[in-house]
Design a protein around this ligand. Sequence first.
Ligand SMILES: [Zn+2]
Length: 467
Amino acid sequence: MENRKGGENKMQEIHTIMKHMDALIADPSAAAFKATLPFAELLEKLHNKKALFDAALAKSAERADAGRIIGKTSHIDALAYLLDISKSEAFRRTKRAEEHYGNPSPEPSSEELAKETPEEKLAREEKEKQDLAEQAEANRIAREHGISAEKQDTIRYELEKLNDNTSLSRASLRKLAMQEATSRTPEDLRNWTRNKVIRINPTAKDPLAAVKKRSLSIGRQDHDGGAKASLYLDAKGLALLKSLMSKAKPGHLLEDSLAEDKRTKPQRQYDAFADILHRAHSDLLPARSGVGTILVSLSAKDVTNLKASGPDHRYPTSTGIKLTPLEILRLGAAKYDFVTVLDSESGRPLHLARTQRTASLYQRLALFASELVCTREGCDSPFEDNEIHHIRSWLDGGPTDIENITNICPHDHGNNNDQRDGKDNMGHMNIDPTTGRVGYQPADRRKPMRFNNTAAAAESGGAQART
Ligand SMILES: [Zn+2]
């Protein structure tokens, strides 16, 4: 009885908050500020509580195998689709759930476990117990103080840079950071956690620390066609790069090495680096497999319209990066002539048959020209990252003919039900019997097929041919 009353009171409170919200949205006057403030504070608390609720929901979605609801294997996809949030937001919620409900200790490898002495085993188990206690305490602080999603995600992000085998365990540091989060601003908390990690890392005895941190990530292409990249080198990579960069003295790579070199040092270094990339790239070009080559999507229509489109028009390539005609020429790609005839009804390449399991380079080229990105709805994974999929499975007698293959990303490939039996609500890629276009057939065959109509897919030769 008491509980139900409590519940009713809560509903009343929410109702009051909603009324205040509507009033302020309609009239954000100076007079309204003071009156609304207490409710705004309450709302902020609710918002912070939602951070934990979201994490818990992500955990329960994982346990419920929620991906099946939408015909996929990943519960992250399901959260994104059902709640209409981005995949990166769904991913952050899942990560937050791991922090709260996952194993807080680093998991030893099977080799490490095999050579463990009884004393070491005891020490490890003791440590794991401590970590669990620290995790519980950190979770309690987050819950009782309503630590915001932003602060929790900041802590996780900074702790990812902590080495293994540090004097202070990751779980302990998370608890300390959560305590700091109760009084620090998000920016201040980031600095606090980062400084802690920097101070603790050198005490760790991990000879592979730098190797584990090695990374190269490439950002999105900006309006000028370029992108930022960030790089972390281990000692070996650092030595190699340093020695290559030592060549980038004034005059390096200039045709007239005596002329005045007006480039800055970072520009010279970049030119030296790009020269290496270019050379490595031409080494790979003769490869039959098409690996390491950049495919440029230029349909017959594009070639005739080259002049009309202008020199600044960017054409899609298999890497997901768009290039202007000049940039294509600079790559030396003009030496290669790709012509694909696309069907105006389906946008699919017309006939290029071969009977072998792996699609030939020419089939890949044809698919690339017509599809450009993964053909499952809503996906923008570029061709280069994708796999060739047999629409009717190879085992089921499906041939490696251009009519029977499509490109899908590894993620969606894993979600395809080759048996086509609708089990676990998993559908499959199919060809639309009326238009011939490739798309996704949901497990329930009464439902219509779904096609990839994303902005990325709209740039494909196939989409251009269809319009
Ligand atoms: Zn995909």
